[in-house]
Design a protein around this ligand. Structure first.
Ligand code: LHQ
Length: 262
């Protein structure tokens, strides 16, 4: 997985690390970046050796959203709808539906569609230098890239409205308090902490995590009773997995389990 123009891709111990790599533009998004991210996610989906994904950004920013130097060059025929439906929507859909853990190591500002990208991850670790802003209203836009879906679910509708209406910036500590990020670390430590966490997840029962992700995704739009049925259906899958056999054997034999992800 090399030869990308907008991202760097590294692999270690079951983890695929994707670094947004346009640091002079705070890793602002383009169609090309979205296409490259989708290619990597597709490849991760197919490769059983890839058992976790870690996203981060090069330089001072995580991702400043749409590259505004790119859109300003477009003419009146430019369709926002088509752009979103061909770029950022399938990108965050691919991440969300990937049945493997996706972690964000948020190094700096996450804004606009870059916030949407960050919110599509399962878990976010942040540097003390991270900051979070919706940015859309700052240029007269409404939210896109899933921000109006995840933000109220993560921080509540009134807090989401405040961030969206006012373009308020949350620093990493504030983001932790409201539930936008899972953990905050000093900047010098946060990437290593995020990598260790990704490696730990990559050595976990990947099938079980994938099915868990499927259950969590489903829970966002169904009743309690329907979710109970869905859980029972899904447990039929994990209950016949190799990792379940290994987990129970290891428990009985009082040893650490060796999960293969199957
Ligand atoms: C940038 C950007 C950027 C290019 C910083 N583009 N260069 C979807 C579909 C179609 C169209 C429109 O939009 C969308 C969805 C969206 O994502 S809308 C939201 C677009 N994003 C923004 O409005 C965010 C704009 N940026 C900012 O608010 C700030 O730059 C943040 C808060 C990200 C960082 O602030 P600072 O730490 O003060 O850094 P800075 O402002 O000095 O920026 C650093 C450099 O990055 C600077 O370049 P320069 O050459 O002057 O050093 C910026 O021009 C560049 N940059 N965002 N989106």
């Amino acid at each position: 997985m090399s030869d990308y123009q907008n991202i760097l891709v590294d692999e270690y111990e079951g983890v695929v690390e994707i670094t947004l790599n346009r640091p002079d533009k705070f890793n602002a998004l383009t169609h090309g970046t979205a296409v490259e991210i989708m290619k990597v996610i597709k490849s991760v989906k197919r490769n059983p050796a890839n058992r976790a994904v870690l996203f981060t950004g090069a330089g001072r920013g995580f991702c400043a959203g749409q590259d505004l130097s790119e859109v300003s060059e477009r003419n009146d025929e430019f369709s926002f709808r088509n752009h979103l439906q061909s770029s950022y929507n399938p990108m965050v859909q691919a991440i969300r539906s990937l049945e493997k853990p996706v972690i964000g190591a948020i190094n700096g500002a996450a804004a606009g569609a870059g916030l949407g990208l960050a919110l599509s991850f399962d878990i976010r670790y942040a540097s003390e230098k991270a900051k979070f802003l919706t940015a859309f209203i700052g240029i007269g836009l409404a939210p896109d890239t899933g921000v109006s879906y995840w933000l109220p679910r993560l921080i509540g509708p009134a807090r989401a409205a405040e961030m969206l209406f006012t373009n308020e910036r949350l620093d990493a500590r504030q983001a932790l308090v409201v539930g936008l990020v899972n953990k905050v670390f000093p900047h010098d430590d946060f990437l290593q902490e995020s990598r260790e966490f990704a490696k730990k997840l990559a050595a976990s029962p990947t099938l079980g995590i994938g099915i868990t992700k499927r259950a969590l995704n489903k829970s966002l739009g169904v009743t309690f009773d329907d979710q109970l049925d869905y859980e029972a259906y899904l447990q039929e899958i994990t209950g016949h997995s190799e990792d379940y056999q290994e987990g129970v054997s290891a428990f009985r034999e009082k040893r650490d389990p060796q999960f293969k992800g199957q």
